[in-house]
Design a protein around this ligand. Structure first.
Ligand SMILES: *Cc1c(COP(=O)(O)O)cnc(C)c1O
Length: 390
């Protein structure tokens, strides 16, 4: 037992987000806000004699600032941005070759599952899936396993995977450990300090947080991997636009404030729902009754705005609830300032085979909430009236 404390929140998180790599002195007009450099090409003094940048896919000043900030926030030396979260994942596949094997957590983001099972397989890269327990990863390793891929907490059932334990296994067997840190962001969880080799993000979610940019990133402290990823970023070409980089740079400045509020509001709403007669159960890693509460306290500094509930009822009750909500918008995605609600069994997780859904307890009465930044009272009364309607 580790008492009732989560890991401490990093004290200079916002200062890094606001100032890292953003000194005005680096720009010709001393701009306080990082300029958007839209030029695709840069003048050379003589053939192959250029100042720093030559072509915007290989390197762009706006993108480079963002890459430095996200790296620093994740306690990483190196960071790279891509045009989507899946674009980051695709690029990491470039670290592998035909005949290699990926061991992936079974409850992984649906798009990652599809990329590995339906696309990487075409290039001879095999994927198999492991249960969440660290021992299961060790048991399922194969001689050709080159990468372990985990996501924690998982989606939508918020199970927590022991990053340090899986990292021990990956190190012992010389396998690259990738952790998708989209759900918690470095504000609440730092997988690299727990032993992961690479962290990936869908910046589309909390990191940008305003539901107006699709982008991805990966960070690492491993110099050899970093060189490979930088090569692949340019060679595969899945890069974001300078304008979008500027949007995310702006958003990161309020990441700490936003995460704090998402966390407080979601916990308050989860507690309210726990005692509601029409709610069968609440899965929120910040609640002491969560099966992985002790592990959550050991490896995170808190939990974000995403949690799930089982309502008492069936598919029709779930539909009725979702259609009655007025402040929570019925939509996929998560991590924005606006609250969203969805029914994973027929929306985000519809493509998961029914037996697998049953096993993961993704049933028709499971509803996923992404608590936004609205006033918590209005969100609670919205849920109240919608639960009344079923
Ligand atoms: C959304 C998401 C992704 C994919 O990111 P995109 O930016 O949509 O490509 C990957 N992992 C997790 C956990 C996500 O939520």
């Amino acid at each position: 037992m580790s008492g009732d404390h989560f890991l401490p929140i990093q004290e200079d998180f916002s200062t890094i987000a606001i100032h890292e790599a953003q000194e005005p002195e680096q720009w010709s007009c001393m701009e306080v806000v990082t300029p958007i450099s839209t030029s695709t090409t840069y003048k050379q003094r003589g053939p192959a004699d250029f100042k720093k940048y030559e072509y915007s896919r290989s390197g762009n000043p706006t993108r480079e600032v963002l890459e430095k900030v996200i790296a620093k926030l994740e306690d990483a030396k190196y960071g790279y941005c891509f045009s989507s979260g899946l674009g980051a994942n695709t690029t990491l596949l470039g670290l592998l070759k035909c005949g290699d094997h990926i061991l992936c957590i079974n409850d992984v983001y649906g798009g990652t599952n599809r990329l590995f099972s339906k696309v990487a397989s075409r290039f001879g890269i095999e994927t198999s899936f492991s249960e969440i327990e660290a021992e299961s990863f060790e048991k399922n390793l194969r001689p050709n396993t080159k990468m372990i891929w985990i996501e924690t907490p998982t989606n939508p059932t918020l199970q927590v995977c022991d990053i340090a334990k899986v990292a021990e296994i990956s190190k012992k067997h010389n396998v690259i450990l990738v952790v998708d840190n989209t759900f918690l962001t470095p504000y609440f969880q730092k997988p690299l300090t727990l032993g992961a080799d690479v962290v990936v993000h869908s910046l589309t979610k909390y990191m940008n947080g305003h539901s107006d940019v699709v982008m991805g990133a990966c960070m690492t402290n491993n110099e050899a991997l970093s060189k490979e990823i930088k090569f692949l970023q340019n060679a595969m070409g899945i890069v974001p636009s300078p304008f979008d980089c500027s949007q995310v740079l702006r958003s990161l400045k309020t990441l700490a404030l936003r995460m704090k509020q998402h966390s407080e509001s979601s916990l308050q709403i989860a507690k309210y729902l726990e005692s509601h007669p029409k709610v069968e159960g609440v899965i929120h890693p910040g609640l002491p009754n969560h099966p992985h509460y002790e592990l959550t306290k050991r490896q995170t500094s808190g939990h974000s705005g995403i949690f799930s509930i089982y309502i008492k009822g069936n598919l029709d009750s779930s539909k009725k609830l979702l259609q009655s909500l007025k402040k929570f918008t019925l939509a996929e995605s998560l991590g924005g300032y606006e609250s969203l609600a969805e029914l994973p069994s027929v929306m985000t997780h519809a493509s998961v085979p029914p037996e697998q859904r049953e096993k993961l307890r993704i049933t028709d009465n499971l509803i996923r909430l992404s608590v936004g930044l609205e006033d918590v009272k209005s969100l609670i009364s919205d849920l109240e009236q919608a639960l009344k309607a079923i």
